[in-house]
Write a protein that binds this ligand. Structure first.
Ligand SMILES: Nc1ncnc2c1ncn2[C@@H]1O[C@H](COP(=O)(O)OP(=O)(O)O)[C@@H](O)[C@H]1O
Ligand SMILES: Cc1cn([C@H]2C[C@H](O)[C@@H](COP(=O)(O)OP(=O)(O)O)O2)c(=O)[nH]c1=O
Length: 209
């Protein structure tokens, strides 16, 4: 069996930056790495971008043309394809899978939209548990600085409000899912990378030996 690692956090937390650095770290050590993300680039991911993420990257704040329930089902459908067609086959052939977002995003974001957490957890039960989930945690003020320009100025306050809820939800999820570990995302890119590597060594590699 391979190794399955997920990077989570609010928009602009540094997920894609750290996912790439971690992929390089494993590759240098001779591992076969699959770097992936959700929403995916498949037809389901495209449908999500069209129906849910309207009006830009943070368009999820409004402009959604569909109900929050349908939204959650679309993310779950995209995830089912992701798990069955890419993640599980890659793990079976011993690869390291690093995913930028996974079902924890559905729990944090769709819960923040008012859906029932238990319903969301049940909906995502098919999704195998990762070996480790890195939660890049930082104050919303800082993340908003980093993604400045990705959103319209007039939407700033509403987006910040949702991000705050999502951050709080992620921190509550850490209490429920022991595979989730918090990393302080306020540090430099290099320091965060080193923290993540230390967690990977401690939580996964040392245990496999
Ligand atoms: N530790 C950091 N400190 C300052 N800026 C960062 C840090 N990590 C990433 N960034 C910058 O913040 C922005 C968002 O990073 P990104 O990796 O795209 O976040 P995410 O994938 O979580 O949305 C990018 O411009 C990136 O270069
Ligand atoms: C995977 C997932 C993402 N999202 C949200 C989080 C982000 O605000 C948005 C898009 O994700 P994001 O990582 O920003 O995608 P990209 O950078 O490719 O545009 O979707 C959910 O609400 N639920 C989910 O299950």
């Amino acid at each position: 069996m391979g190794i399955f690692i997920v990077i989570e956090g609010i928009d602009g937390a540094g997920k894609s930056t750290q996912a790439k650095l971690l992929a390089k770290w494993f590759e240098k050590r001779g591992y076969n790495v699959v770097l992936t993300k959700e929403p995916t680039d498949t037809a389901f991911g495209k449908l999500i971008r069209k129906l849910v993420l309207t009006g830009g990257r943070e368009g999820i704040i409004d402009g959604a043309k569909i109900s929050h329930e349908a939204e959650a089902l679309l993310f779950a459908a995209d995830r089912a394809e992701h798990v069955k067609k890419l993640i599980e086959p890659s793990l079976r052939t011993g690869k390291v899978v690093i995913s930028d977002r996974y079902f924890y995003s559905s729990l944090a974001y769709q819960w923040a939209r008012g859906l029932d957490l238990e319903w969301l957890i049940n909906l995502n039960k098919f999704a195998i548990r990762p070996d480790l989930v890195i939660l890049l945690d930082l104050p919303v003020k800082e993340s908003m600085k980093r993604i400045n320009g990705r959103q319209l100025k007039s939407e700033f306050d509403r987006i910040a409000e949702l991000q705050k809820k999502v951050r709080e939800n992620y921190l509550k999820l850490v209490e429920m899912f022991p595979e989730m570990k918090i990393v302080n995302a306020l540090a430099s890119i290099e320091d965060i990378h080193n923290d993540i590597v230390a967690l990977v060594e401690h939580e996964i590699l040392n245990k496999k030996e």
